[in-house]
Design a protein around this ligand. Structure first.
Ligand code: F6R
Length: 607
């Protein structure tokens, strides 16, 4: 995680770098800093906490200079204080880093033995000292950087600046992304194209092992052997958006409310509503031929994949293995020849998901990716990309990306079902029609805000919450618990309702709210039995169901949230909304930082 940016420009760069860092703050907000070269000297300002603190520092003590590097941090090594904030200096070198230097301990020992003094507890500072040592040995700046890079193990995106050269930034990438932006007599580097959007939409992405020499007049990329390489210059699409909350209090609220529209855009990309079938889009594999599908992702994206598993297996009779990417990447799963792999990621940069993708590459299976950021590394390394048309998601807790991932998975499931001959034409038409109604039902769900807020007041008083669901509502129960804990810091767990009696039921007493997600479907009665078990032990039930479910449950609840009656196929897409709203309102009542919850970051580029 962490966001990095660098500029060689004409005017003072400090305000521009701060602007770029604002667009990168989703990557981490433990501290922020920037360095420039002013009157020939490396100078910097750093501040603990959010960017707003750095802005305050800069107002008190502004920085001049037309070259600079900046950083917003998600702490890995060393507490999030000002000393550990980037940029780090070593004599004539300033550096910002995203990633983890895995061999930093041995490098630190080696450099300490040679008399280098460390000011911070970070892994990054070793890189600054390594480069300094190369300079002291007589290497030119860019060669000093290259020599130092050869010593590094781990994941890094770096931007390096040198006292004495106001026309040089060296960038490097091994793992986390780094983009070079081309301007008019100015050049930029940044963690992503969004950071550079106000300055340029002309972007070149570094590949793993690449490093780059950036000057005002242009840039040259080299590979890990030091040989010049050409990388495509491309026009960045759809990112010149304004980072704006509109009339909403938080980005998360705005993004929850955008769902009817973005679900609709996403579905329309894959489905022909008039014909009642999936559109013809390029596929990296043939659903009619594969016998297994491996899905892998992290967090909320993993839970979307888990719902996808239920769909693929039920409607397309396609067996799916689903794994959390951080497990999959090391578990050495054999992938049969006639299988394919599918990765789900909003950012397209999640380190574990990317590593899993690369594992599948070595196994030789075709790879598809459902991503929101089309220019991301996961998108670029896949054989086929299935975009979610959610638009930029700024709130750290994923909402609209999740329902758009579900929309893509549902569309792919229909395509698989039809190509594998498991649904009739009539059934396909019916299911496409059902999906077409998801945005309308999502709009209706948004109207339940007042009632959900009332429930949130109860939740804001408790320490633990259980979520229960069966079938596709089971992953949704886990998603509800994840959403609640990440933004309200209330402990929550999601369980398969039938699993309750195998352990978690011991937790139930009069103080335990149990949120049951139970649309009236073919297994509704089973979930009712589990609710009875909770009620018998005094648990406070909050039931999310529809009118039929409310009428038939016959159980006293603390609150019953009555959703529109929706077809079973699309229920997880529509029921995601009250689940998200419940977490959102609870967190706002508790006064937590909803868009930037503690300890989290939007793009997780370290493992
Ligand atoms: C939770 C959340 C995370 C992400 C996870 C994967 O609200 O946002 O759990 O889903 O970090 O991120 P992506 O989708 O970018 O791979």
């Amino acid at each position: 995680m962490c966001g990095i940016v660098g500029m060689v420009g004409h005017s003072p760069v400090a305000p521009l770098i701060v602007d770029a860092l604002k667009r990168l703050e989703y990557r981490g907000y433990d501290s922020a800093g920037l360095a420039t070269i002013e009157a020939g000297q490396l100078v910097r300002r750093r501040a603990e906490g959010k960017l707003i603190n750095l802005e305050k520092r800069l107002r008190e003590e502004p920085l001049g200079g037309t070259i600079g590097i900046g950083h917003t941090r998600w702490a890995t090594h060393g507490v999030p204080n000002e000393t550990n904030a980037h940029p780090h200096f070593s004599k004539d070198v300033a550096i910002v880093h995203n990633g983890i230097i895995e061999n930093f301990a041995e490098l630190r020992e080696e450099l300490t033995r040679e008399g280098y003094e460390f000011a911070s507890q970070t892994d990054t500072e070793v890189v600054a000292h390594l480069i300094s040592r190369e300079l002291a040995r007589g290497a030119e700046p860019q060669h000093a950087a290259f020599n130092a890079l050869k010593r590094l193990k781990g994941a890094f995106a770096l931007a390096i600046m040198f006292r004495g050269d106001e026309d040089l930034i060296v960038g490097a990438r091994n793992g986390p992304p780094l983009a070079v932006g081309h301007g008019e007599g100015e050049m930029y580097v940044g963690s992503d194209a969004i950071a550079l959007a106000p300055f340029t939409d002309s972007i070149t992405y570094l590949e793993d092992g690449d490093w780059v020499v950036v000057r005002r007049s242009g840039m040259q990329i080299y590979d890990m052997n030091g040989a010049p390489v050409d990388r495509k210059r491309q026009q960045s699409v759809g990112i010149s958006f304004l980072v704006d909350k509109g009339n909403h209090r938080h980005f998360m609220e705005k993004e929850i409310h955008e769902q009817p529209e973005v679900i609709s855009h996403t579905l329309a990309h894959y489905l022909d509503f008039t014909e009642g079938r999936t559109k013809s889009f390029d596929m990296p594999f043939d659903f009619g031929r594969i016998e297994r599908l491996a899905i892998s992702a992290c967090g909320t994206a993993y839970l979307a994949g888990l719902i996808g598993k239920y769909w693929f297996e039920r409607y397309a009779r396609l067996p799916v293995d689903i794994d959390i990417a951080s497990e999959f990447r090391y578990r050495e799963m054999p992938l049969p020849k006639n299988s394919a792999a599918l990765f789900v990621s909003q950012s397209g940069e999640t380190a574990d998901t990317l590593a899993s993708l690369r594992y599948c590459r070595t196994e030789g299976v075709p790879i598809g990716a459902i991503v929101n950021v089309r220019e991301s590394t996961i998108a670029r390394e896949s054989d086929g990309v299935f975009p979610t048309l959610a638009g930029p998601e700024i709130g750290v807790a994923s909402t609209k990306a999740f329902t758009c991932q579900l929309s893509v998975l549902a569309s792919l499931c229909l395509r698989a079902a039809s190509e594998r001959g498991h649904i009739s034409r009539e059934e396909e038409k019916r299911l496409v029609h059902e999906l077409s109604e998801a945005p309308r039902f999502a709009t209706q769900a948004l109207k339940l805000g007042d009632q959900i807020e009332k429930v949130a007041r109860e939740l804001s008083q408790v320490h633990d919450v259980l979520y229960l669901g069966r079938d596709t509502s089971y992953p949704l129960a886990m998603e509800g618990a994840l959403k609640l804990k990440e933004i309200s810091y209330i402990h929550a767990e999601g369980y398969a309702a039938g699993e309750l009696k195998h352990g978690p039921i011991a937790l139930i007493d009069e103080s335990m709210p149990v949120i049951v997600i139970a649309p009236h479907d073919r297994i509704f009665e089973k979930t009712v039995s589990n609710m009875q078990e909770v009620a018998a032990r005094g648990g406070k039930i909050i039931l999310i169901t529809d009118e039929q479910g409310a009428a038939r449950s016959m159980i006293k609840t603390l609150e019953t949230i009555v959703m529109p009656e929706v077809p079973e196929f699309i229920a997880p897409i529509v029921y995601a909304l009250p689940v998200q709203m419940l977490a959102y309102y609870t967190a706002t009542i508790m006064g937590t930082d909803v868009d930037q919850p503690r300890n989290l970051a939007k793009s997780v580029t370290v493992e």
